[in-house]
Design a protein around this ligand. Structure first.
Ligand code: NAD
Length: 508
């Protein structure tokens, strides 16, 4: 791993301001970053203090007028170069993500691929930041809207997608003409700094100010500082609902803008006519992939009573095939949880679920032994549950799947919707009426609703996000870019008169 980190231009164990590299300064407490894979120290790092933030903000403010003055397609060209640089670094960066966060190597590569894809998307977008033209009610007038950059965009991200979520935000924010300050999770700073280093080289090669993109390694205190700073026009925050509520309150108090991408509690409905050959792998991937640490992980399975026992049996068999261990070994399906605190949350939830009447069908244990040395490996878990168990309404960031049964589709949809979160949802059915009912306005209340695919693994082309306690924000594809710009409605009078709107007369 040392070679991977060195190849990415990061000095091990880690560098500070004095090393001559300028992409990180930190005057605060020292933090040891250990890998959940083997518990070994990756490096140590000084957290940011307010003064560090202030100097990065000053750089961002210098960079903004230069960057926004560039035509959007030229900004797109810089993002295209970044995408190319990521293609070259995909292997190293993917490995680092996998080692620092604990997700499987394939998923580490997948995350970098997602960054490349969003860069491609943003390059095209840089020529398509369209505004509408409207017909004015006044003769000799032209009315249209146009979109301008916001300024400094603050990105706060979670540990489970250490790099992709930043890229979803940053690539769009950049082509829209904004500059970015990124506060990654303090649990995965190295992956963030590697990204910053890759982009920094692109900026230097193009003789552009480095303040167009900055990373600040800090804990929640820095996140709070960013949220309260009126110099940040938009905060895009990804993380727990608890964090989102705090950010929303702080940003709201200053009437700033925010995009909130928060916790999920995603369900799959399996109808009586579902093709189980498709449903089973989708459920298993959704529930145990990334060790259940995706915002879109499948946490609840709502199965028609006629399929219940046979599906449970198939799931138990499938869970028995899962290989758990070093995520960098491509033979393994599942790696560790992020840290021992997450293991504790997993154990507490399994216990609470049982106390609330749930029946432990599979798993429920922490793994140790030669392949699982860090204390962060747990068994993917299945709990037969009653739909009214309060624990089912909470998101536990671990591979715990609650399985419950239903009689008719409306009941299933009610169970699916009856949680505070509203991110991702899916139904497995071969019946067109059931599929369309699930997608109708009396169906799923989530931001993502799928038919015959699982809840996780969204593509960048669609707008990503969810409703209710998931925060309501949208990132990535479709017209999400509009959140990174300010809309201006313009009316030009080219007539020889000065007519007022609504036919009002104001003769002097
Ligand atoms: P977290 O909320 O603990 O931390 C996320 C980020 O917010 C970190 O950078 C953290 O330092 C910062 N932060 C924490 N409290 C803050 C505050 N009061 N003000 C400002 N910043 C603050 O989340 P986590 O454990 O890193 O990630 C897991 C959570 O993220 C899960 O709930 C998951 O569902 C969610 N998530 C959501 C999405 C989505 O798109 N909806 C994507 C990924 C993760």
């Amino acid at each position: 791993m040392k070679k991977v980190i060195d190849d990415l231009g990061l000095k091990t164990p880690f560098y500070g301001a004095s090393s001559g590299q300028r992409n990180w300064v930190g005057r605060g407490d020292k933090l040891n970053i250990k890998s959940p894979v083997d518990g070994k120290l990756i490096g140590e790092i000084n957290l940011a203090e307010n003064k560090d933030y202030e100097s990065l903000m000053a750089e961002a403010q210098i960079a903004f007028p230069i960057w926004k003055a560039m035509p959007a397609p030229h900004r797109g060209e810089i993002v295209r170069q970044f995408g190319d640089a990521l293609r070259k670094e995909k292997e190293n960066l993917g490995k680092l993500v996998s080692y620092e966060m604990g997700k499987s190597l394939q998923e580490g590569y997948g995350e970098v691929q997602e960054m490349i894809d969003i860069c491609d998307f943003a390059v095209g977008l840089s020529r398509q930041l369209y505004g509408l033209q409207m017909h004015s009610e006044r003769p000799g007038h032209r009315m249209f809207e146009q979109w301008h950059p916001l300024g400094v965009v603050g990105i706060i991200s979670a540990f489970n997608f250490p790099v992709a979520v930043w890229a979803w935000n940053a690539a769009l924010a950049w082509v829209c003409g904004n500059v970015c300050i990124w506060k990654p999770s303090e649990k995965t700073p190295f992956s963030a700094m590697a990204c910053q280093e890759i982009f920094r080289k692109v900026l230097i090669a193009n003789d552009l100010p480095e303040g167009i993109s900055n990373v600040i390694i800090g804990d929640r205190a820095i996140g709070k500082l960013m949220s309260s700073d009126p110099n940040i026009a938009l905060i895009s925050a990804t993380g727990s609902t608890q964090m989102g509520k705090s950010v929303a309150e702080t940003v709201g108090r200053r009437l700033g803008k925010s995009i909130l991408e928060l916790g999920g509690n995603n369900a799959i409905i399996v109808a009586e006519d579902a093709d189980l050959n498709h449903a089973v792998p989708a459920i298993v991937f959704g529930a145990v992939g990334t060790a259940g640490q995706r915002c879109t992980s499948t946490r609840r399975l709502i199965v028609h009573e006629s399929q219940f026992e046979s599906l449970l049996e198939k799931l138990k068999q499938a869970y028995g095939q899962i290989r758990i261990g070093d995520p960098l070994d491509e033979n393994n399906h599942v790696g560790p949880l992020i840290d021992t605190m997450a293991v504790e949350a997993y154990l507490n939830t399994v216990e609470k679920a049982q106390n609330q009447g749930g029946e432990l069908v599979y798993g429920g244990q922490v793994l140790d032994g030669e392949k699982c040395t860090s204390g962060c490996y747990v068994m993917p878990t299945i709990i037969k549950a009653d739909q009214n168990m309060p624990i089912m309404k909470q998101e536990t960031f671990a591979p715990i799947l609650y399985v419950t049964s239903y009689k008719d589709l409306n009941e299933a949809i009610n169970i699916q919707n009856n949680v505070p979160q509203g991110l991702s949802s899916s139904i497995f059915t071969l019946n067109m009426r059931k599929a369309e009912t699930f997608l109708s306005n009396s169906g799923s209340d989530c931001g993502i609703a799928n038919v015959n695919i699982g809840t996780s693994g969204a593509e960048i082309g669609g707008a990503f996000g969810g409703e209710k306690e998931t925060g309501g924000g949208r990132e990535s594809g479709s017209d999400s870019w509009k959140a990174y710009m300010r809309r201006q409605t313009c009316t030009i009078n080219y007539s020889t008169d000065l007519p007022l709107a609504q036919g009002i007369k104001f003769d002097l």
